[in-house]
Design a protein around this ligand. Sequence first.
Ligand code: AMP
Ligand code: MG
Length: 410
Amino acid sequence: MDFFTLLSVEEAQARLLAAVRRRMPAERVATAAATGRVTAVPVLAAEDLPPFDRSSVDGYAVRSADTFGASEALPSYLTVTAEIAMGAAPTVPLNPGEAQKIATGGALPEGADAVIMVEHTEQSAPDEIAALRPVSPGENVMHRGEDCRAGEELLPAGRLLRAQEVALLSHAGILEVDVVRRPRVAIISTGDELVPADQVPAPGQIRESNGQALQALVRRDGGEPTFLGLARDDETQILALLQQGMAYDVILISGGSSVGTRDLTSELIGRLGSPGVLVHGVKLKPGKPTILAVADGVPVIGLPGHPVSAQVSYNLFVTPLLRQMQGLSPEPEFRPTVRARLTKNVASATGRTDVVRVRLFRRDGELWAEPVHGKSGLITTLVKADGLVVIPSAREGLLAGDTVEVEVLE
Ligand code: AMP
Ligand code: MG
């Protein structure tokens, strides 16, 4: 893996995304359980929302013309003929010179075209109010169909459903929604030294952790992870798990990035199907020994074994992949970042993308980013980090005091 034959992060991402054509099929789920899912088709409104003209304030339904020119000095006096009950249709039409008491969300009676806020009225007699200001036609009214009209698109295809989208669908009486099926992601960890987390490691062994981290990241990105297990650095075991993984939509295999085993992993991935390995090594630190492949339509991502490298590489290659497979743009148009000033210089080779872990802290009202040092095998460095700073390949490094965009780690 000669440095000069490695691909840049951008080229590697582009190769992978271009080779993956698979979109997940649609499935129908209950709206109540659809948060975090992505719409597969546009969702249309079956009815006008709101379904009737509603008041947006507590006050009196009126004919706006009756209030024209009203002031504190010269109020308009209106006879109160009814009080509109919430959740019921108004029964009494509103005639000129009249008002009806109405609460926020109440249905306007026939004949009313505005609502005057209770604060802008005075009780002038038991069944009479004084309007102290004019209201214009439509004032304080949410009109029928103002949220959306029957037949209109409520949500486009490819929309990630958050709490507010789920609320809108429920409000519109749409109890089930066609969403993209979650990509099923098989996860494999490899290494002679690894034992499952519930076992006591013998001397020379360590508990495996990438399997757990990757399951959490896949869930975060809308996928459905399955941990297939641990393979020793053994051709038969690795191949058996990889072949099991071919029943899934994506395979993630971590480890096997050290000199002795690197080519074995890549060779075994290559045997799974065509076109095979697309990228073997990326100009990325940490994360250089990343393998990107597609085997008969199934993307296979070989992540480095070092826990930090595995997560950095995951974020750069697997997150966009899972987004694309769910019908989202691979890169979001914007991400939550904060701007902070670097506490020290950070070197980076030209041509290489560097991902720097930083701890954020505030001093004298300013936000600072302190690079977290430590080898990429030290998992606590990621735990200490509040965010990541990406130094693009064209940059030679960053200087102390530079303002940088920090991607906040959720
Ligand atoms: P490798 O890529 O197999 O050469 O592994 C690089 C380093 O990451 C080694 O120190 C491994 O012990 C460690 N490593 C590999 N896989 C895992 C894993 N699943 N969990 C924790 N550490 C791992
Ligand atoms: Mg290994």
